[in-house]
Structures are given as C-alpha cells and as structure tokens.
Write a protein that binds this ligand. Structure first.
Ligand SMILES: O=P(O)(O)OC[C@H]1O[C@](O)(CO)[C@@H](O)[C@@H]1O
Length: 545
C-alpha cells in the first residue's frame, strides 16, 4: 500500500475531488466564503477562498495532516530531533530566530547561546564596517561588499537584501557572485575598488567548487591590485561550518563566522549567511527579520491546524499535487522588491521536496514536490499568464502583495492591486461560452463566426489561487513570509513521508562534473564515456565546432 492511500481520508478526498462544484457556485452559495477561508498570522493574511475546496474538503485535508502526525513532527523538528535521517542531522533553522532565553538541545548541549554569540559577533562586524572603523589596506573605509556563494548561500541573502531595499543604510553597496562563469565575477570586479572592498565567502561546507573558485580568483585579483598576503584579513571574511578548511584556505580565524550542520543551506539566511543583509540594512532590521520568522514559527507550533497558515497552504498543495495531478505551482509577487522571491522559493521547495523515495526507502507512486516557478506581477500577465488562464495544465498560484507601497506614486499602487485582484478573479470565475458570445453581440461577424470566436474566448475558470497580503513589506513581514514557505514545504514533506532536508540528487552531477573537468585538461582524449559525452569533451578541447 502506498503512503497516500494508506491515509484514512484518501478515499473521501478522492471522491470529493471528483464531485466539486465550480468555484463560481461555491462563492454564489456562500457569501461569507472569503471571511471563513482566510487566516491571519505574523502580519500576513491568507485568503484561500479561491481554491477548489469546500468545508468538507478542508476538514478531510486537515484530518489527513492529523493522521500523518503532523503536530508531533512539527514538535520534533523544533525540539532538535534528528529528523534529517539520511544525514543524521537535526533541522533547526528555527533555533536561529528563537528568543535568547530559549533552550534547544543538540547532543545534550543548548545551542541558543552559540547562536546569540554569533549574532553579537555579526553585530560588532556590521558596526565596524558601517561606521568606517574597519579600514582596508590603504586605510580607507569599506564601501563595497562582494558576497560569494551559491544555492542557499546566495539566494537567501540576495533576495532578502533586494526585498529590503527601502531599509538600506546607504553606507555600502553589495554585489553577489554565484555562477562559476568568470563573467559573473569579472563584471562585478569592474565595479569595485580593491582598497575599499570586502569579500564575504559564504559556504556551509567550504567545499563547493563554484564558491572556492570564485574566492580564489577574487583573492588573485586582490593580490594583483596592490593588496598583499597580510592584507587579506582586512578584505576577506567567511561564513562556514568548516572552520578548519577556511583557515587552511588562508582566512583569518577572527573573520570566520560559524554555521552548524543542523542548518540546511536553503534554510540558512537567518544565520551568519545573512551577513550581507545585516550589512546592508543594519542589525536592528536583521533582528526584525528574525523576529518576523519567529512570530511565524510560534504560529506554526501553536495554532490549531484549521487556522494554521503554513498547514493550510501545505495541505492545499498536497490536494492539487495528489488529487488533481498538478505538476507545477506558480508564485507571483505584486511588489517589485519581492521579484527575487520565486527563485528563492524554487530552491527551498524543489531541493527539499524533489524526492522519489519515502523515509523508509520505498519508491513513491504519487506526485511529490511540484515545479515551483514564477515572477513579478504585472509583467507575467503580458507573458505567461495566458497559459494559466487557458492552458491545459492546472497550475495553482500564489499572489503576494503588500497593501501599502514604499513608493506611493500617483495611481501606480492601485493599478498594481487591481491587476493582482483582477487576475485571481479571472482565474476563479473564467468566462462562459454564453458570456463570450454576449460580448460579441454588437459585432458584424456571422453567427457561425461569432460562435467560433466565442469558443476561443471561453475561459474555464475554477483555477486555484491563494492571495497573501501584508500591510507593508518590512523586515518583519518578510521574515514571516519566508518562514511561512519554509513550513509549508515541511508540511508537504510530512504528508509524503519524504526527507525534505537532504539533497542527494545534486551529488552525482557534482561528481561527474569533477571527472569531466579532469578529462577536459587531460593529455589523452576521452573515448571511454558515452558517445555524446566523449564528443562534447572533444569539441571543448578543440575550442570550436
Ligand atoms: O553553502 P555550500 O556548502 O557552499 O552549499 C551551497 C549549496 O549547494 C547545495 O549543497 C547543493 O549543491 C545546496 O544545498 C547549498 O545551498
């Protein structure tokens, strides 16, 4: 028996999924639907009324969460149990935002004091850099940060820094380098002055090829621009859980910020990996970001399932993945500052739930994590929304919007909001054949042509969406929003009984990549791989087609 159909609610949910009225009818029948299908937490409001659900569906989904032991699993995560079973690790990104007086034990040791010490170290560093007390090798203050890292050591700091643009202190500029393509680094180096630049190397493992290569090249550049070996301590700092490797690399121990194996890379922006954020917005705002996440944590732990925002969002995702065969989920941010969020959620969710075996090692025979993608509203409306409205795939959507803009200019924000709400309405209600035909009433077309055009204009509607609102985008609401998606991802993993915290799938590509790298520069041509790989390697060595 598979995981999914072993839940007592499986059959009921199967039946309900086939009998659901169109959402138009659900709204017509219940004028209070929007109120009853909305929840608030940590400064966010979720309206999930435009989903293919009835009260009975929601009750069954939440009962399924209960059958999966979700509450116990949540408590186990927060308590530091080794729920990442394939790596025998605790999963405690929540400890990074826990209050200073909490006690969270790993191997019998309370980890909170160490988290607080690291925050204090970050604070002193941020103060030294932004006050101008920290001087570069020619005595000048730091003006630019180049943050080098990839995956979770890049996306989180980058999108949060971008999102908090209105809170920048204005004392520094921050540049991000992730790609091993030299162009990424070289183009950033053109923008900075070695005398006033600080390189921050972020790598939990201190073993990621892209990050090591970019850091070495940055160091070579620094040394070629007048800096000496002794000056490196003034211009390079690292965030890593592998302090030994970082010191062996030449990092000054005083400039190394710790990370721990109980923090997953894609959950790490709350740790010292968030230094670029703290440098740009100041420590008070960084702490407010942590506070927002902590508020969402408390909600996740304490709220009953029926009012629990991450639980509701997670279970809705399960509903579409497993009962409607949805393969993808779109995140649409109606705020320019949040334009990076879909890429961040993409790693968070796809690296976490892109799994094919259960915790017991059994192959799954149901859908797990969908493809997460998206972009910023309103741009997408003039590009891919067509497929959301009239394509054949069912793609549940999240619309995210602050009610107040940081840039209240003329009618812009009202137009943005009208687009956001108008899209969710159009997805839900669609347009019937009769409505499309009525719109053509005044045209000169023949009745036959009107019928054909009307068919092209039909939109089935009944397309699900969540609307997430907040008063304003602040460090606190951003923290809550990101934590919401972290927990939503966790909820799905619990239902599917997969390990959301490892990422073995990326390893084979890395290993083979290293093998190919050796072959690209080897004396002998490769002939022992598959025909395609042999040929691609030959072409690269040749340098032209
Ligand atoms: O911080 P590190 O160890 O350099 O890893 C970077 C990223 O690489 C991955 O391990 C995937 O290869 C991600 O999970 C991680 O966020």
């Amino acid at each position: 028996m598979t995981v999914m159909n072993s839940y007592p609610q499986w059959q009921t949910l199967q039946r309900l999924s086939q009998q659901l009225p169109h959402m138009r009818s659900l709204f017509a029948e219940d004028p209070k639907r929007a109120e009853s299908m909305s929840v608030s937490a940590a400064g966010l409001m979720l309206d999930y009324s435009k989903n293919r659900v009835t009260t009975e569906v929601m009750q069954s989904l939440l009962a399924m969460a209960q059958s999966a032991g979700l509450k116990d699993k949540i408590n186990a995560m927060f308590a530091g149990e080794r729920i990442n079973t394939t790596e025998q690790r605790a999963v405690l990104h929540t400890a990074l935002r826990a209050s200073a007086d909490s006690e969270i034990d790993v191997d019998g040791q309370n980890i909170v004091p160490e988290v607080q010490q690291t925050l204090a170290k970050m604070e002193a560093f941020v103060e030294a850099i932004t006050s101008g007390e920290w001087r570069g090798f020619t005595g000048k203050a730091i003006t630019d940060i180049v943050s080098i890292g990839i995956g979770g050591s890049f996306l989180g700091p980058k999108i949060a820094t971008q999102a908090l643009r209105p809170y920048w202190s204005g004392k520094l500029k921050c540049h991000f380098v992730a790609n091993v393509d030299a162009t990424s680094l070289v183009e950033k180096l053109k923008l900075v002055d070695p005398e006033t630049t600080l390189f921050l190397m972020s790598s939990k493992s201190f073993g990621t090829q892209e990050t090591l290569t970019n850091t070495l090249s940055a160091r070579d550049w620094f040394l070629s621009q007048g800096g000496t070996q002794q000056d490196i301590a003034k211009h390079f700092a690292a965030i890593t859980s592998n302090v030994a490797k970082a010191t062996a690399f030449g990092m000054d121990e005083a400039n190394i910020f710790p990370m721990w194996d109980w923090v997953g890379g894609r959950y790490s922006l709350w740790s010292a990996i968030g230094l670029p954020i703290a440098l740009m917005v100041g420590m008070d705002n960084f702490r407010a970001l942590l506070q927002g996440a902590s508020d969402m944590d408390r909600h996740f732990v304490e709220a009953p399932l029926a009012q629990n925002m991450p639980v509701i969002m997670g279970m809705l995702s399960v509903w579409y993945s497993n009962f409607f065969n949805a393969q993808s989920h779109v995140v649409l941010t109606y705020d320019h500052y949040l334009r990076g969020l879909p890429a961040y959620f993409q790693q968070l969710d796809m690296e976490s739930n892109g799994k094919s075996v259960t915790l017991d090692g059994e192959r799954v025979d149901f859908n797990t994590g969908p493809v997460i993608w998206g972009g910023e509203g309103t741009n997408g409306q003039h590009a891919y929304h067509q497929l959301l409205h009239q394509g054949t795939a069912l793609i549940p959507a999240d619309f995210i919007m602050p009610l107040q803009s940081h840039n209240p200019l003329g009618e812009h924000h009202a137009q943005l909001a009208s687009n956001c709400f108008g899209q969710t309405q159009a997805l839900m209600q669609g347009r019937t054949f009769d409505e499309a035909l009525a719109e053509l009433a005044g045209s000169k077309l023949s009745d036959q042509d009107k019928a054909i055009i009307a068919r092209h204009k039909v939109m089935d509607g009944n397309k699900p969406s969540n609307t997430l609102l907040m008063d304003k985008l602040t460090p606190q609401t951003l923290g809550a929003l990101i934590a919401l998606y972290e927990h939503r991802t966790f909820v799905q993993g619990v239902i599917w009984q997969i390990n959301s915290f490892d990422q073995w799938g990326v390893e084979l590509g890395k290993t083979l990549g290293n093998d190919v790298l050796a072959r690209l520069g080897a004396a002998e041509e490769s002939t022992d791989l598959d025909g395609s790989s042999n040929r691609l390697i030959r072409l690269f060595r040749q340098g032209h087609l």
